[in-house]
Design a protein around this ligand. Sequence first.
Ligand SMILES: *Cc1c(COP(=O)(O)O)cnc(C)c1O
Length: 371
Amino acid sequence: MKVEFSKHNLTQSDITEVVNVLNSLFITTASKTKEFEEKFAQILMAKHCAGVNSATAGLHLLLKSIGVTEGDEVITTPLSFVATANVIEYCGAKAIFADVDLVTGLISVEAIENAITENTKAVIAVHLYGNMVDMVELKKLCDKRGLYLIEDAAHCVEGERDSVVPGEFSIGAAFSFYATKNITSGEGGAVVTNNSDIANKLYTLRLHGLNRSAENRYGKHVELDMEVPGYKYNMFDIQAALLVNQLGKLDENLKKREHIALTYERFFNEAGLDYPMLPPNCKSARHLAVVYVDALKRDEIIKKMQERGVGVSVHFKPIHLMSWYKKKGFKEGDFPNAENISSRSISLPIYPKLTQQEQEYVIDSLKQSVI
Ligand SMILES: *Cc1c(COP(=O)(O)O)cnc(C)c1O
């Protein structure tokens, strides 16, 4: 048997949407992108949404929109995908890491407070696994210290904590539609914000810094202008076409992942295996199903599971232990909780198309590999 680590959930209706766009006049950023942005903003209860070509692009634009530049420091978690920290470096600013909570894996608000200096400009909170950071406490801290708060919500379209959703308490939240994420266009992303100044900056910066998109220029001559060189980060209509119908299935697919997650957790409890705990009052987006095993056996367990045809992964190798960050002076032992969790983590398959039989096979393979 072979069980893939991830499978997308695109259907004939998504393909039909793409074909419709391909048969229309505009295939770049136009009405489909706008339709997606309006629907996505509504789901997140946000005033504005800017479609972009990745979460990385979205995070970069958010940092640019708040003016992060050389000499600034931005605090984030070491237990994330490299992009979360790389965008800080793109701005010529310095990525500062704050350790995570050992029980949830989420960045600790207390550790953030301890990492603040006079150069700190912003904090990027990462809703790891689809579980939200304590936005109520973190917003209080950021308000008190005059810091911008940004969310990396790449895992967390459907998440909620204390009835707060991504984008609600921050200057902006970035989402990913990369191939393995909860909804996908292969590559893609979006930013939501309730701040119209930021929204306008996002719309301009995502398309070269120009004041008009191709559709807005169509059929009329308007003089182009550019105040600041922007980027080529715009979402386009073929991507948006793949995404619009997936928005109608968020709840249905979350329920399926929730069922899979609870089935895994029942087994973990029986087997005495640890796994990330949900924070209180948290509705998880159930993006990843992670189990914590003995660090000394972790790589061997992964090898055994792969030999049995089960796709597994690790989320994440701590960012500060990537060679480039090590060259900047970070070293093993700097963030013990993130390192501890990382060394024990295995991510298991979790997606709507995973069958009961496949999940039983994954669980059986884990059982056989752990002993
Ligand atoms: C996937 C991911 C990203 C990057 O998303 P892209 O859309 O590929 O740029 C950023 N942060 C986290 C936590 C992710 O998992």
